[in-house]
Write a protein that binds this ligand. Structure first.
Ligand code: MLT
Length: 265
């Protein structure tokens, strides 16, 4: 797995597979680039699929301090710079979507198209922030495995967990392997993130929104509101999937992505 040395000396690991129009896919919390295995396999025959491990997650180094969505977004720009890529289609699942919004705010000229998977534009509510604080305490006292236990039923529907135990194990293991420091930094960054709803009417590039019909974290109603606010947005609801639609229904999601991405390749 190649790595980039960031300006502050930390290593950022990433996959870079295939050739063609660049497509960057940013993972959710507390996951890693491995959550895009099905998309790398399906799309790298036509696209250059780049999937980084955000700092503090996967194999990438932890900063050891507070992080913001801006830092994660700037890391993606550093990666594009290193790879000599001017513009890319940029997608993100859940927290990855929060990073995409920050990219659109800070570096819109680098974004050629947007893919929003199971995510939302709104900032955290007071209740959501209080939950983050509780989760930070839980991560500190009980470690990453407890966070993985708590997150699994949010990510995968009950049916997926029953019918695809190997997938459930795979997702659990990614989360349980995330360094506690990275988990805490991401929770703090998500709690402090800005509301991005003001950006939605200003997104001028083609946008694809994907959401699982059973997503309780960022439900279809949230995705529908984003679609209405973004000028050129298509919405696809994936039946039977929860919050990790690309993993629960990979064939369906890959088919949608292939069709939508044709305009770029
Ligand atoms: C994620 O899947 O990235 C998280 O559930 C996002 C969040 O907690 O807001």
């Amino acid at each position: 797995m190649p790595r980039l040395e960031l300006a502050d000396g930390l290593a950022l690991f990433y996959h870079d597979e295939g050739a063609g129009e660049p497509l960057v896919l940013i993972h959710g919390f507390p996951l890693s680039s491995e959550m895009y295995q099905p998309q790398r396999a399906a799309l790298s025959s036509n696209f250059r699929v780049i999937t980084p491990d955000l700092r503090g997650m996967g194999r990438s180094d932890t900063s050891g301090g507070a992080l913001s969505m801006a830092t994660y977004a700037d890391d993606i720009i550093a990666l594009l710079d290193q790879l000599g890529i001017g513009q890319a289609v940029v997608g993100g699942m859940s927290m990855g979507g929060y990073v995409v919004f920050e990219l659109l705010r800070r570096h819109p000229e680098r974004v050629k198209g947007v893919i929003l998977i199971d995510t939302r534009a709104e900032a955290d509510s007071e209740e959501a922030r209080a939950n983050r604080l509780r989760m930070i305490e839980q991560a500190r006292s009980q470690g990453a495995a407890a966070i993985a236990e708590a997150m699994l039923p949010r990510l995968l529907s009950e049916r997926t967990r029953q019918e695809q135990p190997a997938l459930a194990r795979f997702v659990y293991e990614i989360m349980a392997a995330t360094p506690v420091e990275g988990i805490i930094a991401a929770l703090q960054a998500m709690a402090a993130r800005r509301d991005a709803t003001d950006l939605l009417p200003r997104i001028t590039v083609p946008t694809l929104i994907i959401v699982g019909s059973e997503d309780q974290v960022t439900p279809p109603s949230v995705a529908q509101a984003m679609q209405q606010a973004i000028p050129d947005a298509e919405l696809v609801i994936v039946e039977g999937a929860a919050h990790a639609a690309n993993l629960e229904r990979p064939d369906e999601v890959n088919q949608v992505l292939r069709r939508w991405l044709q305009r770029f390749g």
